[in-house]
Design a protein around this ligand. Sequence first.
Ligand SMILES: Cc1cc2nc3c(=O)[nH]c(=O)nc-3n(C[C@H](O)[C@H](O)[C@H](O)COP(=O)(O)O)c2cc1C
Length: 155
Amino acid sequence: MKSLIIYCSDYRNNTEKIARIFAEKIDSELINIRDVGDFDIQNYDLIGFGSGVYRESLSPKLFKLVDKLSLRDKNVFVFSTSGAGMAYYNRKLIKLLESKGVINRGSFSCKGSFTAVEFTKNKIFDIIGRLSQGHPDEKDFKEAERFICRVMDSL
Ligand SMILES: Cc1cc2nc3c(=O)[nH]c(=O)nc-3n(C[C@H](O)[C@H](O)[C@H](O)COP(=O)(O)O)c2cc1C
């Protein structure tokens, strides 16, 4: 069983922390999308795609990469960190993956800290930003471990 995790974590490495938990637990290869080179997707049985949420969306870089990959019948999962911590943000990428014929094994999300004033004047993000401080935390890491165990059990 070979697995690969590809992630984008350009802001504060929040998503990378979750990606590392997954990779350690299942002994997976790990690629930061920044360093993505040539690789053969056909070598992998399970592929995880993760990103921080930037302006209501997972990174466009991840969408671009997924667009190019041949993923029919591949087991995949999607994960994200965001100020709000909502799995809802994963939906669009899951839709794209499903349109490519994958078997979706799950979706994980948790909060990732951010400072709203760095990119918006919107007050609601100020509140969300304050609530996100300290995340991902130990509880998020435990949840991530439980999630990846469920993914493995489903294979
Ligand atoms: C430019 C920018 C836009 C963001 N937009 C959102 C957003 O729309 N919704 C949200 O919940 N969090 C938003 N966040 C917070 C990030 O999703 C959060 O900090 C995430 O953990 C970043 O992941 P990373 O450190 O792996 O890049 C935004 C952060 C940045 C820097």
